[in-house]
Design a protein around this ligand. Structure first.
Ligand SMILES: NC(=O)c1ccc[n+]([C@@H]2O[C@H](COP(=O)([O-])OP(=O)(O)OC[C@H]3O[C@@H](n4cnc5c(N)ncnc54)[C@H](O)[C@@H]3O)[C@@H](O)[C@H]2O)c1
Length: 288
């Protein structure tokens, strides 16, 4: 899966619920060396504080965590110029102001927020690849994280637009960097519990919808490990001729037309409503 002893940069650590954490743990299990990035020192302290009770101290003590705000080109350049040889990079980063870019109403006059979200969630991948290529002299693999762009989901609004752009960017970068033997792919994950997910209004509803669409059982906590496995596969030598692809790890939800019929569904131990329009957990509709 992973080149044993090789260095992989995993960008986008916030806490031990982050997909980045699951990916880093998987890479380490396969013998890779992980350099994590957090946005800034404050985020690093939050990570260490929040992980104190969940991650053994000896594990926390030996983590290599660096700072990189991906909206600052100088920081991206500094990160990669400080690393000798990198075999792969994971871009597990997204941001959108939930008050303007996500929510009941798609339209917003907050164009600056849309542009910032686009910069962090999409454009930054290009800047990361640009600077990382110097540390990938023998070639390498870059993997970004996306969410189903074939359909339109409630509340996901501008992030859905930016994810579609991110997938187009993955293909453009794959074409541009093939001659340097740098592969660029994305993993499209089903909904997973994380800080970013908790900022999406109606995330619980998305979880409900998934249970009604996914032929395989989908677990928003445990299946981070399955997403991480696919990222590790794409990072490693078994995927040597795979580039420009969006590989879907979503329990099969994306191939199902409509919702699964009751007899087709996995029986989850905790029952959820069959009604996808139920407003439970969602903000009340605005009065007209
Ligand atoms: N959670 C899900 O359901 C889900 C599903 C599919 C794809 N994804 C994608 O997975 C990736 C990771 O998200 P997550 O769910 O682990 O949430 P998370 O909140 O743990 O991770 C998001 C990360 O982006 C970082 N970030 C935001 N702005 C930044 C900036 N300017 N510079 C550097 N870092 C910045 C945050 O600090 C955080 O570490 C995102 O791209 C997300 O869209 C998530």
């Amino acid at each position: 899966m992973i080149q044993s002893g090789a260095t992989y940069v995993v960008m986008g650590l916030l806490d031990s619920d982050s997909i980045a954490w699951a990916i880093g743990q998987t890479i380490e299990r396969w013998g890779g060396r992980v350099v994590y990035t957090v946005q800034n020192e404050r985020m690093r302290n939050i990570f260490l504080e929040k992980s104190d009770r969940r991650v053994p101290r000896e594990v926390l003590d030996r983590l290599d965590i660096r700072y990189c705000d991906v909206t600052d080109d100088v920081q991206i350049e500094k990160l990669f110029s400080g690393l000798d040889e990198v075999a792969g990079v994971v871009h597990s980063i997204a941001f959108a102001n939930p008050r303007t870019c996500l929510g009941e109403e798609f339209h917003t006059p907050a164009v600056d927020d849309i542009l910032k979200s686009y910069h962090v969630s999409c454009v930054s991948l290009a800047r990361v690849v640009w600077h990382a290529r110097r540390a990938m002299r023998e070639g390498g693999s870059v993997v970004a994280l996306t969410f189903d762009t074939s359909r339109v989901y409630p509340y996901y609004n501008w992030m859905g637009v930016h994810k579609a752009a991110l997938e187009a960017l993955v293909r453009a970068l794959a074409r541009r960097h093939g001659r340097e033997k740098i592969r660029v792919n994305a993993v499209s994950a089903g909904p997973l519990h994380s800080r970013a997910a908790s900022k999406i209004p109606g995330f619980n509803q998305l979880h409900r919808i998934w249970r009604m669409m996914s032929p395989l059982p989908w677990d928003i906590e445990a299946d981070k490990a399955q997403v991480a496995n696919m990222v590790a596969f794409l990072l490693g030598p078994y995927a040597e001729k795979v580039t420009g692809q969006v590989v879907v790890v979503d329990g099969g939800a994306s191939v199902v037309a409509g919702f699964l019929l009751p007899h087709e569904r996995w029986e989850y131990p905790t029952a959820l409503s069959d009604d996808p329009h139920e407003e439970h957990d969602l903000p009340r509709p605005r009065s007209v």
